[in-house]
Design a protein around this ligand. Structure first.
Ligand code: MIC
Ligand code: SF4
Length: 643
């Protein structure tokens, strides 16, 4: 029986476990990446492990999220990451060099390699034929130290692409169509593998848009084959030496299959407040808009920018609209400056932002009250833009630019003929903003520079045998990490300071939660389906940990967040009978007895609700390794114990 492409790469890298769907496997990690909003914590954790030089083939630290620097905190974090990476043999991509996923694709990604990154959109690398997975900072720290990375051996979904995109229909429309069909929960426990004739019609940056936003499916990752287009891209990046051809076997067996005819797709848009709330642009055409933001790791490649510049050329942004554009990397910015495309954007009235995440993570450009904002980004969760009642629509750069001119949502197919946009034969290569690792002998002399905002990782203790604690919060379905630990310009600077950042934990849902949880001392959170979807931020586990949360009991979890809870030593529990959700209310006193033995033996966990006398039965499905992590009080304790 043949293998799928994902299976081939996983098999090549498997160092532990059996190749059985649903079972845990350990894989060797070739590359890691971090960004600054998760990176400080990841490097503090790495330092705590005491490994002098990273043991991966390549580890890269990027500064791209917290670039607003409205106080000293971000600059201190940048300085810390710059020095700690120098001390441990890690590449350092300086602020201004671009968004981690875009730069990694351009300069570092290699077909057939494994990459984990402390950012949920790490699967962007799947556009190059990598197994690229988003993970918590601690998992990345362990991988940098040479440790194995564990995932549940996923199901593999084949998405067969046929046909060819029509003019002005984009890669973004492909992934929006996948989201429309599969939903934000549809990819949990799965790898999405793209195959078929249609693949050949997509360039690497277009493929990367699709794999990037596969994160919104909840998928472990997404992957494209490595073919002639991959070679052309790598060649243009002067990196053809790393190319290898890769594809699934002809007789590969998949768990699920989906066929998308690219020729039949039309421009799509994800409506507030979920990336899977997809409609056709036609359905909403004419909707009045207030803002357009173009950029983010999903859609900020050179081709995206050239298309946008072409649409804007000789026009003026509609008087009622603010248009911002953030090119994804210094390479992209350099090239649009050299060819005059940047000038066309400026001429039209676009507000040019630095090559960073910016508005995507609420760092500026919050829309006006109840404002309608069209964005080429990947997430439109409530409040993420910085405006609580802002209405965010996700769409392609083509639709965004066409609408910026007219002031209403506009089908880009009305633009007439589309010129042929092709990848350049050679990109402008200048890696002067990436500091390469220094020689091992000199590493000792490097002083790690810490600012006053950088506080150590919170203390964790071994799992208690008996819990007698109240329910400190009850929330519904699809809670995102932006609900649990919001970002934005006010809160992001606190990413290195868990005591401070935890004051904002869950405040989107209930502003009294931090105070209440703290005063309860220890507590349990109750939630619905797909709890913790979205970001990889381990702060969404570390802040609750700091506030005394011992367990999170939900109907189902999103993958990365569940792993982050285990890593933090917080017990992830699931209702055996989802209807039991109704048996627990805020402030109810909950008792769990004999917990250590139940966790160790893998039985069901019984919770007695002392307030109403009812019993709730929960699942706590943990692998042997996860059991030990939970019993020791988290991955850091577990790793220290095993070192
Ligand atoms: C995001 O898009 O939510 C982020 C900010 O990139 C996060 C990481 C973070 O919270 O720092 C992600 O997607 O993992
Ligand atoms: Fe940055 Fe937005 Fe991409 Fe997250 S999704 S890495 S915030 S650009």
């Amino acid at each position: 029986m043949g293998l799928t492409l994902a299976e081939k790469i996983l098999k090549n890298h498997c160092v532990d476990g059996e190749f059985v769907k649903g079972k845990e496997i350990g894989i060797r990690i070739d590359q890691t990446l971090t960004q600054d909003a998760t990176g400080t914590m990841a490097y503090l954790e790495y330092e705590a492990m005491g490994v002098p030089r990273v043991r991966t083939e390549k580890s890269v630290a990027y500064i791209d999220h917290n670039t607003l620097q409205s106080g000293f905190e971000n600059a201190d974090d940048h300085r810390f990451i710059g020095s700690v990476t120098k001390k441990h043999g890690i590449y350092f991509s300086r602020p201004g060099n671009g968004i981690c996923h875009q730069v990694h694709l351009e300069r570092f990604g290699i077909p057939g390699k494994t990459l984990i990154g402390s950012d949920s959109h790490t699967p962007t690398g799947g556009g190059l034929g990598m197994i690229a997975i988003g993970a918590g900072g601690l998992d990345v720290a362990v991988a940098m130290g040479g440790g194995t990375y564990y995932i549940t051996y996923p199901k593999i979904v084949k998405v067969e692409l046929t046909g060819k995109l029509s003019p002005w229909v984009a890669a973004k429309d492909v992934i929006l169509e996948v989201l429309r069909r599969m939903s934000v929960k549809g990819g949990v426990g799965k790898i999405i593998e793209y195959t078929g004739e249609g693949v050949k019609t997509l360039s690497v940056p277009e493929r990367a848009t699709i794999t990037n936003m596969g994160a919104e499916l909840g998928a472990t990752t997404s992957i494209f084959p490595s073919d002639e287009n991959t070679l052309a891209f790598l060649k243009a990046q002067c990196r053809e030496d790393v190319w290898v051809p890769l594809a699934a076997d002809k007789d590969a067996v998949y768990d699920e299959e989906l066929v998308i005819n690219l020729s039949e797709l039309e421009p799509l848009v994800a409506c507030p407040h979920s990336p899977d709330n997809v409609k056709t642009v036609k359905e909403l055409e004419g909707m009045k808009i207030d803002q357009v933001c173009i950029g983010s790791c999903t859609n900020s490649s050179l081709l995206d920018m050239l298309k946008v510049a072409h649409i804007l050329k000789g026009k003026t942004v509609h008087p009622d609209v603010s248009l911002s554009i953030a090119p994804g990397s210094k390479q992209v910015l350099n090239m649009i400056a050299d060819c005059g495309a940047l000038s066309d954007m400026i001429d039209a009235g676009a507000r040019i932002l630095e090559s960073a995440c910016g508005p995507c993570i609420g760092m500026g450009q919050a829309p006006n009250s109840a404002g309608v904002s069209l964005r080429t980004f990947n997430r439109n969760f409530e409040g993420r833009s910085g405006t609580k009642d802002g209405k965010i629509y996700l769409l392609s750069p083509e639709t965004a630019a066409a609408s910026a001119i007219t002031g209403v949502l506009t089908d880009p197919r009305s633009l007439g003929d589309m010129p042929d946009f092709v990848l350049p034969e050679v990109f402008t290569i200048n890696d002067n903003m990436v500091a390469a690792p220094i020689e091992a002998e000199k590493m000792n002399e490097v002083e790690v520079l810490r600012g006053p905002n950088i506080k150590p990782f919170p203390e964790t203790s071994e799992l208690d045998d008996k819990l007698c604690v109240p329910c400190s919060l009850k929330v519904g379905d699809n809670i995102t990490t932006d609900h649990i630990m919001p970002a934005g310009s006010k809160i992001l600077p606190l990413r290195s300071n868990i005591p401070e950042i935890s004051k904002y934990c869950f405040t989107v849902c209930d502003d009294k939660f931090p105070e209440r949880a703290k005063s309860m001392g220890a507590s349990i959170i109750v939630g619905g389906e797909n709890y913790g979807q979205g970001s990889s931020r381990e702060h969404a586990a570390l802040a609750p940990l700091y506030l005394g949360v011992k367990a999170v009991l939900v109907k189902s979890f999103a993958r990365i967040h569940r792993a982050n809870l285990v890593n933090a030593g917080i017990l992830p529990l699931e209702f055996v009978n989802p209807a039991d959700y109704d048996l627990i209310s805020l402030n109810d006193e909950l008792v769990i007895d004999g917990l250590r033995a139940t966790v160790a033996n893998g039985g069901e966990v019984k919770i007695l609700n002392k307030t109403n006398g009812k019993e709730v039965v929960c699942r706590c499905e943990l692998t042997e390794r996860n059991k030990e992590i939970i019993l020791s009080g988290g991955l850091l304790n577990y790793t220290k114990n095993s070192i």
